[in-house]
Design a protein around this ligand. Structure first.
Ligand code: GLA
Length: 376
């Protein structure tokens, strides 16, 4: 049964009536362009074919049930509880908790095939699915970008995770079977054919300091921007720095901040080159750029771990692999392995069979479709 049907059944079993709207949205895997979304750079995610579905209807107060988490209950308008239901409540909060047909409260049932904690942004899938379901229920024809923005506000303002816009935009807008080349400053995007096979290897490592480390990198970025702008006022975002001026401009920065900004500027360039390589079916170049991305995340952005480096090295030694890198925020999580066309299954098997690596999960990612699509 697909998640939409399961969400519908779960809703009916829990609340004793049919939901008034159901919608689903995918997770995402970013092929390249890491830690540039909150600096106005380019990213290149694909949607997963696994989706999260959300069924909604009226109630007094909030009651949310899910196949995966404990049931949650709250008063209305919702407040942050520190539970999974915050992602849902945050969407209602961003859409106006008192202005829709949910003005008294919300009944929610969630069913999902998106793996939790595997680095595919299950939270964005839940937020976008909720936003689409609520927009349908309210009869508000909203564009994909607007829905992604609502989902983004849920994550940043309500849940309190200071992320960039990539995850929610990818979950809402990615065209079926393609990657989405997204300019995170203008929010313009275009479809890029994928061609290669994609494997995701969960390292099994969950870094306790991940969220604080992410927030620290964001603070460092703001510090760099302030320092550089006092010398070059035309720089609005770090990705505005021409690569040729990096050496000169970063001379005034402390060494660690110079490393951060070099990663951001070069990763943005790599993403544009990688999109072009995919369009030109030049998979060897694409793989080399993916490898360079990891090396930069490890040495310059310093968000890798010894465990991630070990998994990346093992993946790169595997036959059929074009490149490998940590994916998502880093500090633990998953490794993206890009493979020659048709080799993903064999690579995944080899990596899971590697006893020394002991990877808890290795999956082939089949590109899916965003909840709304690019045109809507
Ligand atoms: C997390 C965030 C994204 C992005 C990545 C790093 O996944 O949610 O917005 O910043 O890290 O590229």
């Amino acid at each position: 049964m697909n998640p939409e049907t399961r969400a519908l059944t779960l809703y009916r079993d829990t609340f004793g009536a049919a939901p008034l709207a159901v919608a689903s949205a995918p997770g995402r895997v970013n092929l390249i362009g890491e830690h540039v979304d909150y600096h106005g750079g380019h990213v290149l995610p694909v949607a997963t074919s696994e989706r999260t579905a959300c069924a909604v209807g009226p109630l007094a107060g909030l009651r949310a049930v899910s196949e995966q988490g404990v049931p949650a209950q709250a008063t209305w308008p919702p407040e942050r509880l520190g539970l999974w239901s915050d992602y849902v409540a945050g969407v209602a909060a961003a859409m106006g908790p008192e202005t829709g047909p949910w003005s008294e409260g919300l009944a929610v049932a969630v069913a999902s095939d998106v793996p939790l904690g595997a680095g595919v942004s299950s939270s964005a899938a839940l937020e976008v699915a909720t936003a689409v379901a609520l927009a349908r229920w309210a009869g508000r024809p909203q564009q994909g970008r607007e829905l992604a923005e609502i989902a983004f506000l849920s994550e940043t303002e309500f849940v309190g995770m200071p992320c960039g816009r990539m995850d929610q935009m990818a979950s809402a807008l990615t065209p079926a079977g393609s990657a989405l080349l997204l300019d995170c400053r203008t929010l313009e995007s275009r479809a890029v054919p994928v061609g290669i096979d994609i494997v995701l290897a969960d390292s099994g490592e969950r870094h306790a300091l991940r969220e604080s480390a992410y927030a620290e990198r964001r603070r460092e970025g703001l510090e760099v921007l302030a320092l550089l702008r006092s010398h070059a006022s035309e720089i609005r975002e770090l990705v505005d720095i021409p690569p040729g001026r990096l050496d000169t401009l970063t001379r005034i920065l402390p060494a660690n901040l110079a490393r951060r900004v070099r990663h951001i500027v070069e990763e943005d360039q790599r993403t544009l080159l990688a999109a072009r390589a995919l369009e030109q079916v030049d998979f060897a170049t694409f793989g080399a750029l993916v490898n360079a991305s990891h090396d930069s995340l490890r040495d310059l952005y310093e968000c890798s771990t010894p465990r991630l480096d070990t998994v990346v090295a093992a993946a790169r030694r595997t036959r059929g692999v074009l490149g490998a890198r940590l994916v998502g925020a880093g500090w633990g999580g998953s490794v993206l392995v890009v493979c020659e066309p048709g080799k993903g299954g064999a690579v995944a098997e080899r990596l899971s069979a590697d006893r020394a690596l002991a990877l808890p999960a290795v999956r082939v990612v089949v590109p899916g479709a965003g909840a709304v699509g690019p045109g809507a």
